[in-house]
Write a protein that binds this ligand. Structure first.
Ligand code: PMV
Length: 329
């Protein structure tokens, strides 16, 4: 038992080259690399104390969490306890500034903040690489939220996952882009990303082709970031998202995350571009559309997406910092 109370924050991240498939489900090792942008203002704040209560407890957004979320958190804390050589159960208090499990990547910021807070509360002193690998055990995308701005997640080769971690891409530092989120539904998505990835890998005839396509997308995305070429990164982001969804849609039974507003918002992004405002869409495991654009164009992109039928609200996010401890007592 320890009375150390640690609070960490993490921004969510949105993949521009998507991760969709695992080479090892138990250790959450990705089948391919991926590349993302960590966001400011949309994320998770998590406080952890290994207080030695009767079991791990999770308060999520002000209320006791559902058993599935509590169990996933507890399984993650087991990794931290193993590593620290402690057995005490913990109280975890977490708040998301994005809707939980709705395809707005709350698990990325959630497990990044949890990894940072829990490791410190357990008395561990881990490097950023070690924290990235730890966060990955909770959610593959969480490994990327350890870094601010653009980050690249490595597939890694090692069986223990020590090299399946994210690295920052400093070439993108200070690039003043925005991500405009068009929220097109409320509530939780019908199938979580882990189950959906596994189902896709098992049943989609397109899965192998998808996996084989990612390396070239990563190379193009890296070049685009180094050159600060919005059109180039936008082209990669759109094709990566569409190919990821195409492989899931081709699964049996199919996984279709989109709703009519998803398509209408895609259409609006293309229309904006045709009319001279460069904006590029991406879509995660949910129906929301996220548009990447220059900071100066964010108001116009937001206004255009806000008037699309079925878009419930819009959010704008700038690149943000990596996960970090903000309070410790
Ligand atoms: O790491 P997970 O289980 O949250 O899966 C992430 C899946 C996508 O958001 C669709 C893609 C990605 O790379 O973030």
């Amino acid at each position: 038992m320890s009375d150390r109370v640690v609070t960490a924050v993490a921004g969510t991240n949105i993949a521009l080259v998507k991760y969709w498939g695992k080479r090892d489900a138990a250790l959450n090792l990705p089948a391919t690399g991926s590349l993302s942008l960590t966001l400011d203002g949309l994320g998770t704040r998590t406080t952890v104390c290994f207080d030695g209560g009767p079991s791990d407890r999770l308060q999520l957004d002000g209320a006791p969490a559902a058993e599935a979320d509590r169990g996933r958190t507890s399984a993650f804390l087991d990794h931290v306890r193993d590593r620290a050589g402690i057995t005490a159960r913990a109280l975890v208090t977490s708040a998301n500034s994005v809707p939980t499990a709705a395809g707005l990547a709350s698990s990325a910021s959630g497990f990044a903040a949890l990894a940072v807070a829990a490791a410190r509360a357990a008395g561990l002193s881990l490097s950023t690489d070690e924290l990235s690998a730890l966060a990955r055990l909770g959610s593959g995308s969480a490994a990327r939220s350890l870094h601010g701005g653009f980050a690249r997640m490595a597939r890694g080769e090692r069986a223990d996952g020590g090299d399946a971690i994210a690295h920052p891409l400093p070439g993108g530092d200070g690039w003043d882009v925005r991500l405009v989120v068009a929220v097109t539904a409320t509530g939780r998505k019908p199938m979580g990303s882990t189950a959906a990835m596994q189902h896709t890998a098992r049943t989609s005839p397109f899965y192998r082709a998808w996996i084989e396509s990612v390396e070239a997308d990563l190379a193009d995305a890296m070049r685009a970031i180094d050159a600060r070429d919005l059109a180039a990164i936008g082209r990669v982001a759109e094709r990566s998202a569409l190919r990821m969804h195409a492989t899931a849609i081709a699964a049996d039974p199919p996984i279709v995350y989109w709703n009519p507003a998803t398509l209408a918002a895609i259409d609006r992004v293309r229309a904006l571009r045709d009319a001279g405002t460069p904006a590029y869409f991406t879509i995660d495991a949910g129906p929301h559309v996220k548009a990447l654009c220059a900071a100066a164009d964010a108001p116009a992109v937001t206004a255009a997406l806000a008037e699309v039928p079925g878009v419930l609200r819009t959010l704008v996010a700038a690149p943000g910092p990596g996960a970090r401890v903000v309070e410790e007592t």
